[in-house]
Design a protein around this ligand. Structure first.
Ligand SMILES: *Cc1c(COP(=O)(O)O)cnc(C)c1O
Length: 425
């Protein structure tokens, strides 16, 4: 690194020791980063081709208001998503407020009283517990008479095929598979692993609907769960596919029949996809989706860099420094609340927005312990932007993700390391 850059890093509070550690780690990762770029190039072409095929043009970017009838831009974007992810149909809307909402929508739209929901991959993401009713909540699926069953993963993190087979019965209507680890320390599943699981459950019960929670997984590999048999794939636009530009939104892609259910549930029976004004955000949806493959590559480089840097210092990291990646999340077990907070302070201090504030643990809705979050994002709470969070409970693991550019991710990680080292001294 040339001297000028080092001077800027020093001015920001990073010591020579940390700068050197970063340099050494980055040097070792050159080849790895090339492979990330190759996947990114493939996915960039995939998005571009879907846009070209659907003749995206300037009229697509017009805003609609009111009912949003005949919103050409909205309808075309949904075709772009469907083509890109290889599905029959898509629902991509600003009216879907976040990832949890998209998942709750897909579940409640495709389940009826008396049906059973099965998670064959252990406990789902924290916020889904209240959606399902694992933790009692107003309006949960449980309140509507939808039962839930879950099969734990085996000790080694693989699927308990025998247990899954036994858990599937006549009432099992929908099977939900979460790709990313969320706030757990299990590995994230590869698309190939998900394919094997889908093939197995479809053998057990051919008419079961399989939904994949794809949050944080988009564009990390060259294929997605929708390419390997998922009937529904769901995610958030303030994560990977929004490319950092979408200010709100969620998507659901999949089979026509299931997407139709989702549309009728989102708006109203009888109305479905026909209503829903795009309110001036549609261009950011297109542009964010266009940029997403490159943004995801930057975030991935950050995750790999952090894993290697912290692993060298003896911290346990998931995934480890050399493992292949299936989402953009990096978990680092810091072992104490003090270090967890220090890590988040470092990420916050490196942000373009709100770099001067100190993150504090708080009781976040939907989570069962206090959570600390570092987020200095252009879009509030966006986690494709550089962000870190972790529940204040043992083993005090921080979940770190995002970075709209690799350079920002790198700076944030070095700042975090600086703070963590200061707090152990
Ligand atoms: C983020 C996330 C969700 C929920 O998305 P929100 O936008 O935070 O509501 C669900 N599942 C997984 C795996 C996630 O990472």
């Amino acid at each position: 690194m040339s001297q000028e850059w080092k001077e800027l890093y020093r001015e920001a509070g990073i010591s020579d020791k940390v700068i050197r550690m970063g340099e050494k780690t980055e040097e070792r990762l050159k080849e790895r980063f090339c492979r990330i770029d190759e996947i990114s190039e493939y996915n960039q072409m995939k998005v571009l081709r879907a846009m070209q095929k659907n003749k995206v043009n300037a009229d697509c970017f017009h805003s609609s208001s009111g009912y949003g009838y005949n919103d050409f831009g909205r309808d075309t974007l949904e075709k772009v998503y469907a083509d890109c992810f290889g599905t029959e149909d898509a629902l991509v809307r600003p009216q879907i407020t976040c990832g949890t909402h998209a998942l709750a929508l897909a579940l409640s739209a495709n389940l009826r009283p008396g049906d059973e929901l099965l998670s064959p991959v252990g406990k789902p993401y924290d916020t889904l517990e209240e959606v399902i009713g694992i933790r009692p909540s107003t309006g949960s699926l449980a309140e509507y008479g939808i039962t839930y069953r879950q099969v734990e993963l085996l000790e080694d993190g693989t699927f308990d095929y025998e247990g899954i087979k036994q858990a599937i019965h006549s009432k099992t209507k929908l099977i939900t598979i979460q790709r990313s680890k969320g706030y757990q320390t299990r590995p994230t599943f590869s698309v190939k692993q998900i394919q094997e699981l889908i093939e197995f459950v479809k053998q057990c019960k051919p008419d079961v609907v399989v939904m994949v929670d794809n949050c944080y997984g988009e564009f990390v590999e060259t294929i997605e769960p929708s390419n390997v048999g998922a009937d529904l794939m769901v995610g958030s636009l303030i994560k990977n596919p929004g490319g950092g530009l979408a200010p709100i939104g969620g998507y659901i892609v999949g089979k026509k029949e299931q997407i139709e259910q989702c549309a009728y549930r989102l708006t109203s029976p009888g109305l479905g996809k026909e209503v829903g004004a795009s309110l001036g955000v549609i261009q950011s949806f297109y542009q964010g989706f266009f940029q997403a493959p490159v943004v995801v590559a930057g975030a991935l480089k950050g995750a790999v860099f952090a894993a290697n840097l912290y692993e060298e210092l003896g911290y346990s990291v998931i995934p480890n420094g050399t493992e292949s990646r299936h989402d953009i999340i990096q978990a680092i077990t810091l072992g104490s609340p003090k270090k967890l907070c220090a890590f988040c302070e470092g990420i916050q201090a490196a942000a373009p927005v709100d770099s001067f504030v100190t993150p504090l643990p708080w009781d976040m809705p939907g989570y069962d312990s206090q959570v600390i979050m570092a987020a200095g994002a252009f879009v509030q709470g966006s986690s494709i932007e550089l962000s870190a969070d972790g529940p204040l409970r043992p083993p005090y693991a921080v979940y770190f993700q995002g970075g709209l550019t690799w350079y920002h991710a790198k700076f944030g990680i070095l700042m975090s390391l600086q703070r963590v080292l200061e707090c152990s001294e």
